[in-house]
Design a binder for this molecule. Structure first.
Ligand code: IVH
Length: 669
């Protein structure tokens, strides 16, 4: 029995390790995550029943149970070196010349590797088992971070194959991939904790945790780039060959690594990697060139703490220090107020930066950024420049804290910010010049007033030419005005005037939606129309009355009240009605009178004859409730093309499903 158990354990461990190898080292995953998790679960269950069979190198043993009190010191037998820097092609050319002269050869082959922006780590494998992991520290003395390093899935606890040396010290970089970094920071912010400034700090902070359980939750990864102490093997004569050996033992090597020929090869590698820099999964701050031939490395030797056979060619810095001159407000086309940092111009990430977004009040509070401060600006690739921190030690005097304005700097309307929302926005809507074009585009759009032939481009043209200022002006447009526009033929002009006329006959729900009130989408507009039956009643409803409406919460209620409180909005509505916009009166129907009252629908997939929102609106007009998710309370699920998991769930729960034909038939009944 026990023999069989041991056999299954061995099988599972081997399979899991082999999947890890395919995933991390070969970058070619073989099985889906679910299968991997299943294997791990099976192994863990067997081990729980037979704890005597657990070994430290089992894939279940990555996260230790007890936190440390402190890290112990580790002496590096072979010192961990640093690298000299090259900031230009000239520096690189000088380096290449020194090598060529030093080893008396015309052309040198270099192993070119991305310079990863993480943390140098030493991994000590004895007889193939990871025994100790240490930070670089000052190069001679580091800290023992074995328990934390064991939690990183990209680092094998046991080497593959059999031909590894008895003692193998692998050196490499622990990094936090960019996507993991973004996710971690979102979580930090959600938890009310400080986000990390960059992936390197996040990686360092994660390895410095005394509790390996915390490290285990951090998205860390690892790439090997060299060896330290090795015993029990004849080293290959090339660095690149050594890397191939490491790879065969299950250690991850950066896939961008390449052997290049001479200075020319170095420069073209630099150019191609610089181009790719932003799309690489990990943050890199340059390229490391290493003389590939180990004999040549020996000839070149070392100066102080750096080898003379390797150099780091740096990319332009992505972070620089500068002064925050002022914080200005920009009003976006959706009405959002965005604070913008005006900076003393600084060269960073390859361009001169004089503005950076500060996002919102929360972000400014988090940074505690104030006009006059010295700040660190980061521009990574095409990303909008950001302020990552304030250098508090350089603050002089007592600069004032920043507060978002209470009036819109463009139109003077009140600004508003609701609980749980980070954005402050202008309530001017239809009136605010910053939002005018967007407001008009929305008003004319298909699902709002449905003005045929009035596309976004034409709205821009009309506003730019001064022909319209507000949505009400649309209905004053005449064929004579329109034909003056570039690329506007008389026929199109006539058609547009006709469509405007046609659009006047609408529904109350469409009209409410067309006004573009913050957070009032089509569904809410329909709900309001169904409930209040007239525009007057909606405009005059107080908060209490609004909250009585199903699915209307305090944010929507406040938005409606603020909108209809503004004189300029009331004027626009009045003008529109005066121009003849009208809708059929909705007769008070008792709830039970509507054919679909009390029924809950879910719509999933793409419908051929109408958009999902139109389908929802049609259902609501018939009294149905439309929900976003399938539950036991759902009565019908309408299934279009390429439905998602909702269709399967409906079937599982035995809910009636309707295809498009059946759905249309139901609507027409
Ligand atoms: S080799 C003998 N290769 O850069 C040379 N280092 O500035 C020792 N680094 O401490 C380092 N990517 O943390 C080497 N492909 C790479 C690297 C790399 C990043 C870091 C490493 C080292 C620092 C030196």
């Amino acid at each position: 029995m026990s023999k069989q158990v041991q056999q299954r354990i061995d099988e599972l461990r081997e399979e899991i390790n082999s999947h890890n190898y395919s995933y991390y080292v070969l970058d070619a995953p073989e099985v889906p995550d679910s299968e991997y998790d299943r294997l791990l679960k099976e192994l863990s269950e067997i081990e729980q029943k037979h704890p005597e069979l657990i070994t430290p190198d089992s894939p279940t043993q990555r996260v230790g149970a007890t936190p440390l009190d402190s890290f112990t010191e580790v002496q590096h037998e072979v010192p961990m070196l640093s690298l000299g820097n090259a900031f230009s092609d000239q520096d690189l050319s000088d380096f290449d010349r020194r090598i060529r002269e030093g080893v008396e050869s015309d052309m040198i082959e270099y192993a070119a590797e991305p310079k990863l922006d993480g943390l140098a780590i030493s991994l000590l494998y004895k007889n193939g088992v990871l025994e100790r992991a240490a930070t670089r520290g000052d190069g001679r003395t580091g800290e023992d971070v074995t328990l934390n390093i064991r939690t990183i899935d990209a680092i094998p606890l046991k080497l593959r194959g059999k031909d590894y040396p008895a003692v193998l010290e692998v050196r490499g970089e622990v990094v936090m991939p960019k996507t993991g970094f973004e996710k971690l920071n979102q979580q930090q912010i959600k938890k009310g904790e400080k986000p990390f400034v960059n992936p390197r700090n996040a990686a360092a902070g994660s390895l410095r945790q005394l509790d390996p359980k915390i490290t285990a939750t951090r998205p860390l990864s690892f790439y090997s780039y060299g060896v330290g102490l090795v015993d029990g093997m004849v080293l290959p004569n090339k660095h690149s060959k050594m890397m191939d050996r490491l790879k065969s033992w299950g250690l991850r090597i950066n896939p961008e690594s390449q052997v290049v020929k001479g200075l020319k090869g170095c420069i073209s590698y630099y150019e191609s990697l610089a181009d790719k820099r932003n799309s690489l999964p990990d943050e890199i701050d340059g390229i490391v060139y290493k003389v590939d031939n180990v004999k040549f490395q020996e000839i070149m030797g070392f100066v102080s703490r750096a080898p003379r056979w390797a150099i780091a060619r740096k990319f332009p810095a992505q972070e620089e220090m500068t002064k925050l001159i002022a914080i200005d407000i920009q009003v976006g086309r959706t009405g959002a107020l965005t604070p913008v940092a005006r900076l003393e111009p600084v060269f960073v990430g390859g361009v001169t930066v004089s503005n950076a977004t500060l996002h919102n009040q929360d972000e400014i509070d988090r940074l505690d950024a104030r006009a006059g401060d010295t700040v660190i600006v980061r521009r990574a690739g095409d990303v909008i420049p950001q302020i990552v921190s304030v250098v508090k030690s350089k603050r002089s005097g007592k600069p004032r804290r920043f507060h978002m304005p209470t009036a819109c700097p463009v139109c003077g309307s009140e600004t508003a910010r609701f609980e749980d929302e980070a954005v402050t926005f202008c309530t001017g809507g239809l009136f605010c010049e910053a939002q005018r074009k967007e407001a008009i585009k929305h008003f004319a759009s298909r699902r709002a007033m449905n003005v045929d032939g009035l596309g976004d481009k034409l709205v821009e043209q009309l506003v730019d030419e001064g022909l319209i200022n507000t949505i009400a002006d649309l209905y004053h447009l005449k064929v004579e005005d329109l034909v003056q526009l570039e690329r506007m033929a008389e026929k199109s002009a006539k058609n547009l005037v006709t469509s405007l006329e046609t659009s006047k006959k609408t529904s109350l729900a469409r009209f409410i939606f067309a006004l573009g009130i913050h957070s009032i989408g089509e569904t809410t507009a329909q709900t309001l129309a169904n409930h209040f039956l007239s525009l007057d009643k909606i405009m005059n409803a107080d908060k209490e009355q609004l909250l009585e409406v199903p699915d209307i919460g305090p944010i929507v209620a406040d938005n409606l009240i603020t909108f209809f409180k503004q004189q300029h909005n009331l004027e626009v509505v009045e003008q529109l009605l005066a121009m003849g916009i009208s809708w059929p009166t909705i007769k008070q129907k008792s709830k039970t009178e509507q054919p679909l009252t009390g029924k809950t629908f879910v719509v999933t997939g793409t419908l051929e004859s109408m958009g999902r929102n139109d389908a929802k609106a049609a259902l609501q007009e018939l009294g149905a409730k439309v929900s976003g998710s399938v539950s036991k309370k759902t009565d019908y699920v309408v299934i279009g093309e390429n439905p998602g998991s909702k269709a399967t769930k409906a079937q599982d729960l035995g809910i009636t499903t309707l295809d498009e034909t059946a759905f249309i038939a139901l609507l027409n009944q």
